[in-house]
Design a binder for this molecule. Structure first.
Ligand code: R5P
Length: 296
């Protein structure tokens, strides 16, 4: 097995290789001035099981967009097969487009289906950490290749247990029950899921439909994705009215776009994320999760 670090995930790929005691190799990726990509493997791949490690998010440092990164994986997987690899697996700490799982308006692209189709074309297997499966029930609704989902819930539960015995967990919307409620169940603490209405990409309203004593609790807001932060900000606003004082927002995938981190901190929240997306808020390491799944 060779673990290949793609442009967004070299550090975590190195850690996975180290945990497994396997060869690590970095994919060479160049972006030409006109935006075209050139990728190259530096290791011999013949008869090897190749694991490409890639998270998909706009990266200011490398100037690679999500869509560049998709092409990078597509090129890499096809090239690996061409070079004689026995199998090609994608291990993706964060996989994009899952929120576009419905034709919201007539004529709209069902993006996750198209992206999954690209992956079905070039991979043998895909592992994804906490995909945003909402209207899709399983990965097999869009992927035809072997697929596996991994969850950081146990790691989040450990983090909360270690940091506060007086925790209460709030999920900002129905979709977050998979993370918030399940994590609360593992810890054995109280939890609630709010009712969220979304009016646009940056406008949401939330409501707590249950009486709870929030005053003396450390409120952990747990969700899969923190993007613009509006969902969490509205939640904090609502819970403050009900007496909430101490807030920690835990997102598995910290996209944190459009100044979300600053806005959340200004609202009085500590922000914690896993390292599926590299950033200053990374406090929970998911490398072992992927390494264990690859070992199995
Ligand atoms: C959507 O249902 C997700 O679980 C998140 O709640 C959402 O993506 C967060 O987005 P934002 O931070 O932009 O409100």
């Amino acid at each position: 097995m060779i673990i290949v670090g793609c442009s967004n995930s070299t550090n975590i790929a190195k850690r996975i290789a180290r945990i497994l005691g396997k060869t690590y190799s970095e994919l060479s990726v160049q972006k030409f001035p006109d935006g075209e990509l050139n990728i190259r493997f530096t290791e011999k791949l013949k008869a090897k099981d190749i694991v490409l490690v890639q998270s998909f998010y706009n990266n200011k440092k490398t100037k690679m967009s999500i869509n560049d990164q998709l092409m990078e994986v597509f090129f890499a997987a096809r090239t690996a097969k061409h070079l004689g690899a026995k199998s090609v697996t994608l291990a993706s700490p964060y996989f994009p487009y899952f929120r576009q799982d419905k034709e919201f308006h007539p004529g709209e692209c069902l993006s996750i289906k198209v992206v999954a189709h690209m992956m079905n074309e070039c991979l043998n297997k895909i592992l994804v950490v906490d995909p945003h499966l909402h209207r899709l029930k399983t990965m097999y609704d869009v992927f035809t290749i072997r697929s596996k989902t991994l969850t950081a819930n146990d790691l989040i539960a450990d983090y909360i247990k270690k940091h506060d015995g007086n925790a209460i967990i709030i999920g900002p919307d129905w979709e977050s029950y998979r993370w918030a409620e399940k994590t609360a169940h593992k810890i054995g603490c109280e939890s609630a899921i709010l009712q969220k209405t979304r009016y646009g990409a940056r406008e949401v309203k939330v409501r707590l439909n249950k009486k709870m004593d929030l005053k003396n609790k450390h409120i952990f807001l747990v969700d899969d994705i923190i993007s613009t932060g509006h969902t969490i900000l509205e939640t904090i606003k609502d819970l403050k009215k009900l007496g909430g004082k101490r807030f920690t927002a835990i997102g598995i995938h910290g996209l944190l776009v459009e100044g979300a981190l600053q806005k959340l901190r200004k609202a009085g929240a500590t922000v914690i994320t896993t390292n599926t997306i590299v950033g200053a808020t990374n406090k929970i390491d998911i490398a072992h999760l992927i390494a264990d799944a690859l070992e199995k």
